[in-house]
Design a protein around this ligand. Structure first.
Ligand SMILES: Cc1cc2nc3c(=O)[nH]c(=O)nc-3n(C[C@H](O)[C@H](O)[C@H](O)COP(=O)(O)OP(=O)(O)OC[C@H]3O[C@@H](n4cnc5c(N)ncnc54)[C@H](O)[C@@H]3O)c2cc1C
Length: 402
């Protein structure tokens, strides 16, 4: 290869990436630049995704045959950088795309992938996860929701809880027991459940933020077909482990550009500047901490995306990101309260800044629970990344006491 050919070969991808950045930036400016962010609702956010999809600017790393663009992880990083200031105009697709679509890509049948993936990527289908139950959260090997075989398929009965966006979702991936109760993780399977089926009862749960983002879901003899099974029968535990890996990646590395919660450094530094406290030493120190945490999470996210692209088993690294995002969100909420001082404790209804920051405070605990609690992430880091001795779980402690 000549020197000139070599230089073209090495600069071409950089040039293509630069062109992609410019095209995306222009699209965002033209379609979102003049909007009042306070008037943007969920319907608009999904229209933004559909618009980006139709323009070929989203679903970048997904295979072309399932509606993606077949591009490298670098494109996703550029996408995340460019869309960060517009996170208010994009929906959180971490569950539908980051988790459920990825699980279908890994384990779904050809029929499942063809039927659903492009629609999920375009935001036409919303999905959720039916994993947690009143008696099974961190310990999902204890799920009791039971699938019973029929002549043509199965019927599923049981109760799930904390199901995010169940009221808006059309489909769910459900972890159910297909073996006897004592089979624990050897006797579970994953099915696609159409939430519009007979026998599905979704009951929203109100959180302390005042919103009802998640629900209890009761399943009574809900019919599923053999074509709804994801992966092999009784091998749902492997599907679940992969799902949890995607969940940590999605929650920490960002799926559609947004870090979970958007660019909090930018939001809080604007508020501090407007309120005239940007020079306060405590506020400055807090902003620097937040900036450093966000940058570290961005870089960790880029590393995880590249590891996934390279097919490396990088599972436990996701726990670092998940732990990091929970800490960053807590730090942002505390800093917001410091910046607002008394105004963060009592405010008028039309004080949008105080309302926004108080929502931050009331919602940050969720990131330390959803997708595996902080304690579970610490156990994973200790045991799988650091090689520390296995945690003594409740059963070990009971055994030692006997
Ligand atoms: C905002 C939000 C959205 C969610 N969305 C969904 C969803 O869409 N679908 C879904 O299925 N679930 C969802 N969940 C549920 C979530 O996955 C569970 O709440 C979580 O896994 C913890 O389970 P649990 O609530 O049963 O708590 P438990 O497992 O009962 O844990 C209680 C406490 O004990 C600690 N603990 C438990 N086991 C250990 C251990 N071995 N070592 C150390 N400490 C331990 C935990 O850290 C926690 O502090 C969501 C939760 C939240 C907050």
């Amino acid at each position: 290869m000549s020197a000139q050919e070599q230089s073209t070969a090495s600069t071409e991808p950089v040039e293509q990436l630069r062109l992609f950045r410019e095209t995306l930036r222009r699209w965002l400016r033209e379609n979102l630049g003049a909007l009042d962010r306070r008037r943007v609702d969920e319907e608009f956010r999904y229209k933004t995704v559909a618009g980006l999809y139709d323009a070929g600017l989203i679903a970048l790393t997904w295979p072309v045959e399932y509606g993606g663009r077949g591009q490298s992880a670098d494109y996703q990083t550029v996408f995340n950088e460019e869309t960060a200031p517009y996170s208010w105009a994009l929906p959180d697709q971490s569950v539908t795309v980051g988790i459920c679509a990825n699980v279908l890509l890994d384990f779904g049948s050809e029929e499942q992938k063809t039927k659903h993936l492009a629609r999920m990527l375009r935001g036409d289908e919303l999905w959720t996860q039916l994993l947690s139950e009143p008696g099974a959260g961190s310990d999902l090997g204890a799920v009791r929701t039971q699938a019973r075989p029929t002549e043509t398929g199965w019927t599923i009965s049981g109760q799930k809880v904390w199901t995010s966006d169940a009221t808006k979702s059309r489909y769910a991936v459900a972890l159910v027991r297909t073996g006897a109760p004592e089979t624990r993780h050897h006797g579970v399977s994953v099915f696609i459940v159409d939430l519009e089926s007979d026998g599905v009862d979704v009951r929203p749960l109100r959180q302390m933020t005042g919103e009802a983002e998640f629900s209890e879901v009761f399943l009574s003899d809900v019919v599923v077909q053999p074509s709804d099974l994801v992966g092999e029968l009784n091998n749902g535990w492997n599907v679940l482990l992969r799902m949890l890996y995607h969940e940590r990646l999605a929650l920490s590395a960002g799926t559609v550009g947004e870090r979970m919660g958007g660019d909090r450094f930018a939001v809080l530094s604007d508020i501090a500047r407007d309120l005239g406290v940007i020079g306060d030493p405590m506020v400055r120190a807090g902003l620097v901490d937040l900036y450093v945490q966000q940058r570290l999470l961005d870089w960790l996210g880029a590393r995880m995306r590249h590891a996934q692209e390279a097919g490396l088993a990088d599972g436990p690294i996701g726990s670092l990101g998940k732990l990091g995002i929970a800490r960053a969100n807590r730090g942002a909420a505390e800093l917001g309260m410091l910046i607002l001082a008394g105004r963060g404790q009592a405010w008028r209804k039309d004080d949008t800044i105080a309302v926004g920051v108080s929502q931050l405070l009331l919602s940050f605990p969720r990131t330390a629970i959803a997708g595996g609690t902080t304690e579970i992430q610490k156990n994973t880091i200790a045991e799988r990344l650091l090689g520390l001795p296995r945690d003594r779980g409740p059963r070990d402690i009971r055994r030692a006491a006997d």
